[in-house]
Design a protein around this ligand. Structure first.
Ligand code: NAD
Length: 248
């Protein structure tokens, strides 16, 4: 296993489950120390990762990405302890699906608040730290529906489309400080979020995926790792689609 992130410090929001957990494990395997910031952190007795050596390099920390002051305090604690933060992955996200005419304001607000404002909060809080270091990699997790839309997900797709504009604007603002900001847009991935879909919905998705399989969280983590590594040092403001050909 290569050690692309040896001695680097990474923060992954929503990092205790699903895609975020897989990203945290990938970074730790490749040498980073990872803070998995999550609304819901695992029980002390729960085995987060079978490999104890890797588990030691991941710390789950309770945090809510929608609250600026508490996120800023968490980041400052990390810098105090570890000296820097090299990588931020804005991964925390939720769905509250409904058809537009049935969608409540609460369903709209909560999704925009977590998925879009959450990325703003974390990026703003980390910008000063990374500017001071003159180094940083930020990867936002969007979604294929931010580009193609999806009936029943006007709130979610709006939040993910918003993240594309946010990625491009912040990439322009921070490039001169060697802070690179890109977005990974997954298609349909096997996680607790998609476990909620009905069999009918899953069948429809699968029929439309040319690679004829849904993604594993590792398929997404591998591309995130590429964007956090030196292999992508001339890329910023880009959207990388990882969807098995669902959206071309
Ligand atoms: N699963 C998919 O098919 C899929 C497809 C495209 C995009 N995505 C995106 O990938 C990301 C991860 O999705 P997932 O499928 O792993 O979801 P998940 O529901 O399995 O995990 C999301 C994690 O985010 C955390 N979280 C939610 N709100 C938070 C908050 N306010 N503060 C901190 N943490 C919070 C949750 O506690 C959870 O651990 C999301 O942004 C999602 O929109 C997922």
């Amino acid at each position: 296993m290569s050690q692309k992130f040896l001695n680097q410090i990474a923060v992954v929001t929503g990092g205790c489950r699903g895609i975020g957990k897989s990203i945290a494990i990938k970074f730790a395997k490749e040498g980073a120390f990872v803070f998995a910031l999550d609304y819901q952190i695992p029980d002390e007795n729960e085995v987060f990762c079978e490999n104890a050596e890797i588990a030691e390099k991941i710390r789950c920390v309770q945090a809510d990405v929608t609250k600026f002051e508490s996120i800023e305090a968490r980041f400052n604690e990390i810098v105090k302890e570890k000296g820097r933060i090299d990588i931020l992955v804005n991964n925390a996200g939720i769905t509250r699906d409904n058809l537009l005419i049935r969608m409540s304001e609460t369903e709209w607000d909560s999704v925009l608040n977590t998925n879009l404002k959450g990325a703003f909060v974390c990026t703003k809080a980390i910008a000063r730290i990374m500017m001071g270091q003159r180094y940083g990699r930020i990867i936002n997790i969007g979604s294929v529906v931010g580009s193609m839309g999806n009936a029943g997900q006007s709130n979610y797709s709006a939040s993910k489309a918003g993240l594309i504009g946010f990625t491009k604007s912040t990439a322009r603002e921070l490039a001169s400080r060697n802070i690179l900001i890109n977005l990974v847009a997954p298609g349909y991935v096997r996680t607790p979020m998609t476990d909620q879909l009905s069999d009918e919905q899953k069948k429809i998705f699968l029929n439309n995926i040319p690679l004829k399989r849904i993604a594993e969280p590792e398929d997404i983590a591998n591309v995130v790792a590429f964007l956090a590594s030196e292999d992508s040092s001339y890329m910023t403001g880009q959207v990388l689609h990882v969807n098995g050909g669902l959206y071309l």
